[in-house]
Write a protein that binds this ligand. Structure first.
Ligand code: NAP
Ligand code: ZN
Ligand code: ZN
Length: 350
């Protein structure tokens, strides 16, 4: 067992505060790592504040983790002490159901085990995430981090990166395709970078006029202020794919109007309150599709990391000490982050 320093939420209303606990003894296939950096995902905030009504307290959020391996269990073959590794949203799954067999562990039919707020399949204990100095994870759910990338900027790839990479690949973003990304937050800014690197024509939709120049710098060919009707009308019936990352309830119709026949809008934003149903005729008249997507499987996450290594892609980050997490949550709610907070876990080491 090893003493781990962390920040935890103890109920939906209190601020996150220091919390100490023991990581488990290594099992045969376990990898132990010193957590170096952990990204701050909007899902962390949804969970800390019980917005999805399933939080087990104390809750230690964090599922965008980059760490350095410190020791491994006796049967580990993939990693050794000193390796730079990543852990995303998943730390286990049943590994035998049809989805697991296809490498789609995020859709495990027996329920995947989340990096936090999950139930360990052996001990039954609540899993505690990456806002902590150490982590122990089965090697099958540990990723290899390309060594040419900045380690802090890699952390957000483990959730924000894969959450956009997977639908962009699934729905064929690439040369000749017009792809929209809605919302320039942690997920959205990765969507812009990834879709651009895949060769698509990228249009970013934002509610924040102050983000227009940044969106272009990040790779958007065009930027649309989604509240401006005229700007929206200029894109009617023209998109092959739109990925919507917005973290709040909103009207989907203005975006569905922009899809061409047979095109798809994929929802990845997971707001506390559901969006109102879009108008049915808006879908049936052009055989448009409304879909959802959840992070990505382990193999696809490794593929995404390798893609980012090849293309030199990392997240734009603001590095913060753990002690600033509560302020960071408030700023994230105001869309005031460029474009992902990443916690430097050195701030917790004693
Ligand atoms: P974030 O950094 O807070 O970004 C969300 C963006 O949505 C904001 O930057 C803002 O962009 C836009 N937005 C926020 N409130 C809005 C409103 N009321 N109306 C219109 N636009 C609004 O959050 P994130 O970390 O990227 O996460 C986004 C969502 O995805 C969260 O709900 C999170 O839980 C979810 N998520 C889902 C998955 C999955 O697998 N499906 C994985 C990770 C996260 P602009 O300022 O540009 O308008
Ligand atoms: Zn996340
Ligand atoms: Zn399974």
């Amino acid at each position: 067992m090893s003493t781990t320093y962390a920040y935890a939420a103890t109920d939906a209303k209190s601020k996150l505060a220091p919390f100490e606990f023991q990581r488990r003894e290594l099992r045969a296939h376990d990898v132990q790592m010193e957590v170096l950096f952990c990204g701050v995902c909007h899902s962390d905030l949804h969970t800390a504040r019980n917005e999805w009504k399933n939080t087990v307290y104390p809750a230690v959020p964090g599922h965008e983790i980059v760490g350095r391996v410190t020791s491994v269990g006796p049967d580990v073959t993939k990693y050794k002490a000193g390796d730079l590794v990543g852990v995303g949203c998943l730390v286990d799954s049943c590994r035998t159901c049809p989805s697991c067999s296809e490498g789609l562990e995020q859709f495990c039919e027996n329920g995947f085990v989340g990096t936090y707020n999950g139930q360990d399949r052996v001990s039954g204990e609540n899993t505690l995430g990456g806002y902590s100095t150490q982590l122990v994870v089965d090697e099958a759910f540990v990723l290899s981090v390309p060594d040419n990338l900045d380690a802090a900027g890699v952390a957000p790839l483990l959730c924000a990166g894969i959450t956009l990479y997977s639908p962009l690949r699934t729905w064929g973003a690439g040369p000749g395709k017009k792809v929209g990304i809605v919302g320039l937050g942690g997920l959205g800014h990765m969507g812009v970078k990834l879709a651009r690197a895949m060769g698509a024509h990228v249009v970013l939709f934002t509610t924040s006029p102050s983000k227009v120049e940044d969106a272009k710098r990040l790779g958007a060919h065009e930027v649309v202020i989604s509240k401006n009707q005229e700007e929206m009308n200029a894109h009617l019936n023209s998109f092959d794919l739109i990925v919507n990352t917005v973290a709040a309830q909103h009207d989907l119709n203005p975006f569905l109007n922009l899809l061409r026949r047979d095109a798809t809008m994929v929802l990845v934003g997971a707001p506390e309150h559901d969006h109102p149903s879009p108008q049915v005729f808006n879908l049936i008249m052009k055989r448009r599709r409304l879909a959802g997507s959840l992070i990505g499987g382990i193999a696809e996450t490794q593929e995404m990391l390798d893609f980012c290594g090849e293309h030199g892609i990392t997240s734009d980050i603001e590095l913060i000490p753990m002690q600033q997490i509560n302020d960071a949550y408030e700023r994230m709610l105001k869309s005031d982050v460029k474009y992902r907070f990443v916690i430097d876990l050195d701030s917790l080491r004693q």
